[in-house]
Design a protein around this ligand. Structure first.
Ligand SMILES: [Zn+2]
Length: 391
């Protein structure tokens, strides 16, 4: 085996969709890339209406492992579910009941290769290429945008951050790595991710798989988290001149204690699943721990609900897997096991078993569900006739 090229990734997703029609949906992304490629996202799950996790791979071209990991995970899950068997990744074993829970109680949306033009260029020409391949529209010969700096979250870093914050992005079209793009969401690859979040309201979690630090990142990436001052948010322009400075006591990105507890817990679930595989340490940290970020997909996903309360809350995470962008294939296989275990453990944690109300006839039954972002806990009391009173 070796790393898949972009055509092999596409044909693998299409083959899985053909082979397992009852468990999959091949979603065609609406924006083709600069080089004319059409991308697909494979949804896995027996009931499309249930909550979903969006998992991205291949946003950065030179990070070769994540797309292979997501295709491999899809194949493993579909095969195990159909055979009624479990899945083992090194020292971590998921019994068949876990596999059923993941595919029957939720949906995994695996968008395995977000930036196929970049991956092709990295695999055939310049191995360390990171961006996409769209030339700057005003000419000048500079090519490519960093997709993970192009999302609508504090995108204009010169306006939205303190000048000395050290945000790792650039307005220079010739920057070889972190050019943010000519405008927010200017790139077809970015708009495809936005389209999924817009059009699949059951998406409640977002995991962007990158390499290679290794680390598991949770919100926020713009500044240090704080839970006390609800006016200190990315939406508040009064803090634009000071945002992003560490330990300044002036501005921290607001997150509720409940949301912070949940994202820390879910990050820890992924860290411990990775460790089970072969003892690898992927510490769980706020994204700001690496450096302040602007226009990144994980912050964008989480910010959508706060920018527009009609949009569902989506918790955003990043897995930075492994220790190199293009490890030997045998090392890549171990990293693929780590990513697979992390995504599966995360899914088991968030896809709770659902009751079927009409099957519940007892009068003294109540269901309790902690909803991320809610200050209170809704309790549903059975009326004994299949209906519920929610308080
Ligand atoms: Zn990356």
């Amino acid at each position: 085996m070796a790393y898949m090229n972009v055509d092999e990734i596409e044909s693998a997703l299409q083959s899985l969709a053909t082979e397992y029609p009852a468990l999959t949906e091949l979603i065609t992304l609406p924006n083709s890339t600069h080089e004319g490629r059409t991308s697909h996202c494979l949804r896995l799950g027996s009931d499309p209406s249930l909550d979903g996790v969006l998992v991205l791979g291949g946003v950065h071209a030179r990070e070769w492992v994540p797309p292979d990991a997501l295709v491999s995970l899809a194949a493993d899950l579909l095969e195990a579910y159909t055979a009624g068997s479990g899945l083992g990744y090194g020292g971590r074993y998921f019994p068949s009941s876990d596999i059923r829970q993941v595919l029957d109680q939720g949906n995994l949306f695996l968008y395995a290769c977000v930036n196929p033009d970049g991956r092709r260029f990295s695999q055939t020409a310049v191995s360390q290429w990171r961006k996409n391949r769209r030339p700057h529209p005003s000419g000048g010969g500079c090519v490519g945008v960093d997709i993970n700096r192009n999302f609508d979250f504090l995108w204009d870093h010169t306006a939205k951050f303190a000048p000395d914050a050290g945000v790792r992005t650039s307005a220079n079209p010739c920057d070889p790595n972190v050019y943010r793009g000519p405008s927010v969401a200017s790139e077809p690859e970015t708009r495809n991710v936005v389209w999924l979040l817009d059009n699949r309201p059951q998406l409640r979690w977002h995991i962007d798989v990158h390499s290679a630090v290794p680390v598991i990142l949770h919100s926020w990436g713009s500044d240090q988290n704080q839970t006390a001052q609800s006016t200190q948010t990315f939406l508040n322009a009064a803090f634009d001149p000071v945002r992003g400075r560490p330990n300044d006591g002036v501005y921290g990105e607001f997150i509720t204690q409940a949301d912070l507890d949940r994202v820390v817990q879910l990050s820890g679930v992924m860290s411990s699943a990775v460790k089970d595989v072969r003892g690898g340490i992927y510490p769980a940290e706020p994204a700001y721990g690496l450096y302040p970020t602007s226009g990144a997909s994980d912050d964008y996903a989480f910010s959508r609900h706060f920018a527009d309360s009609t949009k569902p809350l989506v918790m955003g995470f990043t897995i930075e897997c492994g220790r190199s962008f293009q490890p030997t294939w045998s090392e890549a296989e171990d990293v693929i096991r780590e990513v697979s275990a992390a995504v599966l453990a995360f899914s088991l944690e968030v896809f709770e078993p659902h009751e079927t109300p009409t099957a519940v006839r007892g009068k003294d039954i109540a269901l309790v569900r902690q909803t991320p972002g809610w200050a209170t806990i809704p309790v549903a009391f059975s009326r004994g006739d299949g209906n519920w009173d929610i308080t």
